[in-house]
Design a protein around this ligand. Sequence first.
Ligand code: NAG
Ligand code: ZN
Length: 395
Amino acid sequence: MKLLSLAVVVGIAQAFPFNYGFGFGFGDQQVPQLETSVFEGLEDYKVGKHSLLDFHKRLIDIDSTSDHENNASQFLKKYLKATGLTVEVQKIDDGLEERYNIYAYYGKTRDTKVVVTSHFDTVPPYIPYRIEGTKIYGRGSSDAKGSVAAQVFAFLSLLESKKIKEGDVSLLFVVGEENSGIGMITASKSLGAKWGSAIFGEPTELKLGVGHKGIFSFKLTANGLASHSGYPQLGISASEILIPVLNDLLHVKFPVNALLGPSTLNIGTFSGGLAGNVVPAHAEALIVVRVAGQLDVIADLVKKTVGNIEHLDYEVLINKDAVYLDHEVPGFDTIVLAYGTDVPNLQLDLKYRYLYGPGSILVAHGDNEHIDNSDLIEAVKGYKELVHHVLANSD
Ligand SMILES: *[C@@H]1O[C@H](CO)[C@@H](O)[C@H](O)[C@H]1NC(C)=O
Ligand SMILES: [Zn+2]
């Protein structure tokens, strides 16, 4: 099969003319032998000679903290290529280190009915892989290398059993989800592939996310005039400007959404002043509203409260609407999420958008991040069912 030449693609792995149903042969020497003894007592999921636990471990063994994902990019490219898939890499051009999104599919059809996607960057600090009982610990074990691993094996299994064919499903794994969204934004803008629907992987406790809140974040800066505290009439107190406004903000009635619950406000930081006996010339606060309901309504309420006050500057930092997802699939429970995802960064016209994955967000960014062995296995089945559902409801 010939190499595709595509403007957006920096490198492209060979597309193997495999027939997955005949003499199924993920035949490859590039993927090292399994260290099976490591996984004693755990349940594995295999497709051909490829092991889910082994893949998951290898991915966690690689430190892929956001902005430093290249080693993981290279591993994914090599591994997926070795399974016989066509693999494209998409370079992220943001002037930071070299790193790539990974796009994989079967054969040569880039546009698919459904794209199954997640991210392989993680928050810091790196935490090595370890097994305790039936729990697998390590940075990214849950967020989101658990999703990536389950998605890969769901895809390979569907392909092997001929439940899907060329043009049905593709895999998109992106960098930078945890800090900027640059990976998905880049894929959305310039990968140039078309998809009917998308299945996003994040830790959702094996439930379908009904949506997540947006973020409206802003900074308030009060600029007064310093003076001796014994002569406050000579100064302008920045504290006295900022504090009443913060109090007003705490009493604003923000919208409540039936699906996502209340919009909530957090005064995350506030600071001001230099010393007890000086009228403060400067005070500032960083505030985040978790948006449920309409973003513009919230922006208006905030502006009414903080706008047009003398000596007070108001700067909007983040302005992201809430996300509402498709969530009605027989056999799946649902969950409301309070965290952000890459979903809004994929700005394409999609018929369905689902969010699903193994692991709990409650441990995701913590020191004890882990995933249950059984959840990882269950997620493979979950992704397979979701793909079936989407394909059955696509044109
Ligand atoms: C990537 O791999 C190289 C070679 O093994 C290593 O020197 C480097 O530290 C790795 N990068 C990260 C971010 O771990
Ligand atoms: Zn995540």
